[in-house]
Design a protein around this ligand. Structure first.
Ligand SMILES: Cc1cc2nc3c(=O)[nH]c(=O)nc-3n(C[C@H](O)[C@H](O)[C@H](O)COP(=O)(O)O)c2cc1C
Length: 404
């Protein structure tokens, strides 16, 4: 696909450059500040204060296809986060498992951000049995009650999914240990595979096959295509989804590719399959799974996402790059949804020491020469919902004797 594009571009010397530049501008690749990226600087500059800081960190979390399936309610005593089920990946995530993982990532970022306020924080997952969309409540203690600022705070705005070519080769033990250095999340384990070993090779082959299966599934590709943002006006208006700038091609090729007409779901699939098989899998230093015994349990799905967020932040702090490669878990869910034989679930067993622990998230880790570009984000002002926590806030205020 990239080769095709290059040939097309080389052969297109006669085309009016002004027209091409105009198209690149439309794609958001040329032309100064991009307000759809301002959320990254909102965090890095420290300009958010109080509970807004938690939201500012939450919005920078990873989410499937950058769907950002969240809204937040803030108060004096903390922040609530809600699932927006309509921001979904359809047939690519039929049970909403990945959507919850994205929310889990946001919750983890919020917990880390609480340490920037100097207020102790407690996180209650799924606090309201009457409202399953209320995925977490972060409860903040009084000023001065919290631990010191967490060492990962600066990396919240430096973590980016890297889909490009990496250096390959093995990682020294110390760097690998740095990535895994975090307190255990309940019911979550991490499994790592060396690409050169038999299980690593099996992981790569299975991920390639799962990608081909997704590309051949029209409903999955249509669902994916809905989150592709080709036009600058869409990127600026929606501030979500995937763009060519974060697809893993070099900045120069991204700018050139942006001048081409919008891609179809089919051509996106062809590019994705080629990039996965020819670039992403062969240049990784390590593959891995986040495992859990019950991937579709809502709490477990949240915790899997929190663990991924933490692992990616640790990797960033250790100078490594990371990319989710979730084609295998996605195909396991798709076969279950369609009532088909569980072919991919069975094939995954060959990678697992204890098949009771199921793969709920797959990824690669490694070293890259250049950092990845930041993805679009809705800023804090666009994700704050109605004051759903007001009753609880008043209760807390009364309990504190009207002080605090
Ligand atoms: C549950 C989940 C599944 C994901 N699956 C993939 C994937 O299979 N391939 C990929 O390249 N990125 C995947 N991502 C990464 C998202 O596309 C990415 O987080 C999003 O586009 C925002 O970009 P950022 O992580 O750079 O902030 C996944 C993220 C989450 C949370």
């Amino acid at each position: 696909m990239i080769a095709d594009r290059r040939q097309w571009l080389l052969g297109a010397g006669g085309l009016a450059l002004a027209g091409l530049a105009g198209r690149a501008w439309q794609q958001g690749l040329l032309g100064g500040d991009n307000p759809a990226l301002a959320a990254w600087d909102d965090w890095a500059s420290g300009r958010l204060i109080g509970p807004l800081k938690l939201v500012g960190a939450g919005v920078l979390a990873a989410s499937p296809h950058n769907t950002q399936p969240w809204s937040y309610a803030i108060g004096r005593f903390g922040v609530d986060i809600f699932e927006i089920a309509g921001r979904n990946l359809g047939a690519m995530d039929p049970f909403g498992r990945e959507r919850l993982a994205g929310l889990g990532g946001a919750i983890h970022n919020m917990a880390l951000a609480s340490t920037a306020l100097g207020r102790a924080a407690r996180v209650r997952l799924l606090p309201d049995p009457g409202n399953p969309a209320h995925v977490a409540r972060v409860i903040l203690g009084p000023d001065g009650s919290g631990p010191a600022p967490h060492r990962l705070l600066p990396f919240i705005s430096r973590r980016h999914t890297h889909r490009g070519a990496w250096r390959g080769g093995t990682l020294p033990d110390a760097r690998r240990a740095a990535v895994l250095d975090f307190p255990a999340f309940p019911d979550v384990r991490i499994a790592l595979f060396e690409p050169a070993r038999p299980r690593g090779q099996r992981f790569a082959a299975l991920t390639g096959d799962a990608t081909a299966a997704i590309v051949a599934d029209g409903a999955m590709m249509d669902a994916s295509h809905r989150w592709m943002r080709h036009a600058r006006r869409d990127a600026l208006r929606l501030k979500d989804g995937l763009t060519i700038a974060t697809s893993g091609v070099s900045p120069v090729l991204a700018a050139m590719g942006a001048m081409l007409p919008e891609q179809s779901a089919r051509s996106e699939g062809e590019y994705w399959l080629a990039n996965t098989r020819d670039t992403q899998l062969p240049t990784a230093s390590l593959f891995g799974f986040v495992l859990t015994p019950r991937p579709h349990d809502r709490r477990s799905a949240l915790l899997v996402g929190s663990a991924w967020q933490r692992l990616h932040l640790n990797a960033t702090a250790a100078g490594l790059v990371a990319q989710p490669l979730n084609q295998l878990p996605e195909m396991i869910d798709r076969e279950a949804q369609l009532g088909q034989p569980a072919r991919f679930a069975r094939l995954a067993d060959a990678l697992l020491d204890d098949p009771a622990w199921r793969p709920s998230f797959a990824f690669r880790l490694g070293v890259a020469d250049a950092p990845a570009a930041p993805a679009l984000r809705r800023p804090v002002s666009e994700v704050i919902g109605p004051p759903a926590r007001i009753e609880w806030e008043i209760e807390q205020w009364r309990a504190a004797g009207g002080a605090f």
